[in-house]
Design a protein around this ligand. Structure first.
Ligand code: AMP
Length: 415
């Protein structure tokens, strides 16, 4: 399967080529032709599977088919809703990257920053608007955006939008859109809430599923280091120094914990910064930029802040605390081993976190390898540090039908 065979126009193919992509990922191969046909899509795909290009490329293709002259005062024709500011910024960046050879205009609006430059951008006219729900409704309320010309709607990471309580905002936004439009809904998980949302928005959608990262992330090696809660930081510093890590993303359960750890690491001489929901948008953007540029070595993050962060080829992800929700573990380790690169996901697990580990292993359908680091074994007996055996029949979720790897390599040709 090649990008050329998907039906995308030359301007998009050359943009894809410029990114160095040789062949479409599974979600791209399945989704792009369906969207080009003008059909609604309900896609189960996580961050890291190439889902952004899966909706952005055909969206740009369709919009450029009905391209209009200058953008002056033009109301947006495509709307992409995302749960977080970071994801909105990243999607907007992808729209610009893939649309570089087309004369389409885009902008992004999200909260936490001055609204006036956004109003100016919207007034100048755009084809594609990427937005978080709250700020979009602010614009709608002030009549600084006109949503009556939307032809394509994308709900990106719809499950996370519901988790974050955006359902009422989404419903309000839907009322502002024209009834006839193309609808694309992307969600990492599929449950009754997503089904209800999809039923209310999509018309006869094509259902597309690709392997979840947990079954797919074969390039990510996972390991558990048992350690006492109070010695976790010491162990982390030991691992960073011994392994001479260049960079790592470290997850904590709380915002306070993220701040505390980043500060402690700084005291240990390791350049670190924290990213979480209590930080201003400017501080979050700066933390991410510093990390991406390599000037910050360790980024300490909470789950929500890290959601959707596109950080290329991150070699290490550390679970300083295990997440309460097992699915978050899968999201977290999806930050490494992306796009076929190898990665290591380490979990520092205290005796108190045994049950959390058990639940994660049940979701994965297997045990994670345990490796004790000399001098750091936690206070409890070695036996109690051993992970509970995974069930023989791993619990399957409806969206886990495909067990194939969501690798990014081109599938080998049949002989
Ligand atoms: P996403 O799931 O959209 O967050 O994409 C994950 C990462 O995969 C991003 O860094 C993309 O640039 C990259 N990517 C997307 N499509 C491809 C492709 N066909 N080949 C290689 N990398 C890709």
């Amino acid at each position: 399967m090649s990008f050329e065979s998907l039906g995308l126009k030359a301007e998009l193919l050359s943009a894809v080529q410029a990114q160095g992509y040789t062949c479409p990922t599974p979600v791209q191969a399945k989704t792009i032709p369906v969207i080009l046909e003008g059909r609604d899509v309900l896609a189960g795909a996580q961050t890291g599977t190439g889902k952004t290009a899966a909706f952005t490329l055909p969206m740009l293709h369709l919009l450029s088919n009905t391209q209009q002259g200058t953008p002056k005062g033009r109301a947006p024709r495509a709307l992409v809703l995302t749960p977080t500011r970071e994801l909105a910024a990243q999607v907007a960046e992808s729209v610009k990257t893939y649309g570089t050879n087309l004369r389409l205009y885009s902008t992004v609006v999200y909260g936490g920053v001055n609204i006036n430059p956004q109003i100016d951008q919207l007034r100048r006219g755009v084809d594609i608007l990427v937005a978080t729900p709250g700020r979009l409704l602010d614009h709608a309320g002030q009549r600084t955006v006109n949503l009556s010309k939307i032809e394509i709607l994308v709900l990106d990471e719809a499950d996370r939008m519901l988790d974050m309580g955006f359902i009422h905002d989404i419903k309000r936004i839907m009322k502002l859109l024209p009834p006839k439009r193309l609808n694309l809904l992307f969600s990492a998980t599929y449950n009754d809430d997503i089904k209800r949302l999809a039923d209310g928005i999509l018309r006869n959608p094509e259902l597309i599923e690709v392997a979840r990262r947990n079954t797919a992330a074969e390039t990510v090696s996972q390991v558990v280091h048992p350690v006492g809660q109070t010695r976790k930081r010491e162990l982390l510093v030991h691992l960073i120094n011994e392994g001479n890590w260049q960079q790592a993303l470290v997850f904590t359960r709380t915002k306070h914990g993220a701040n505390r750890l980043a500060t402690q690491l700084l005291k240990d001489g390791i350049n670190s910064t924290a990213i979480h929901g209590n930080k201003s948008q400017a501080a979050r953007t700066k933390a991410l930029a510093d990390f991406k540029s390599g000037s910050v070595r360790i980024l300490v993050a909470t789950d929500i802040a890290a959601r959707g962060l596109d950080i290329d080829s991150l070699p290490h992800v550390v679970n300083f605390d295990l997440p309460n929700v097992p699915e978050d573990y899968v999201h977290r380790i999806g930050r490494t081993g992306r796009a076929g690169a190898t990665g290591i996901a380490l979990s520092l697990v205290s005796a108190e976190e045994r049950d959390l580990l058990k639940n994660i292993q049940r979701l994965l359908g297997r045990n994670i390898q345990v490796q004790e680091i000399t001098g750091f074994k936690h206070e409890a007996s070695a036996e109690s540090s051993a992970p509970a055996p995974a069930p023989r029949q791993p619990a399957r979720k409806p969206h886990e039908r495909t067990k194939k790897a969501a690798g990014f390599g081109c599938p080998s040709r049949r002989r």
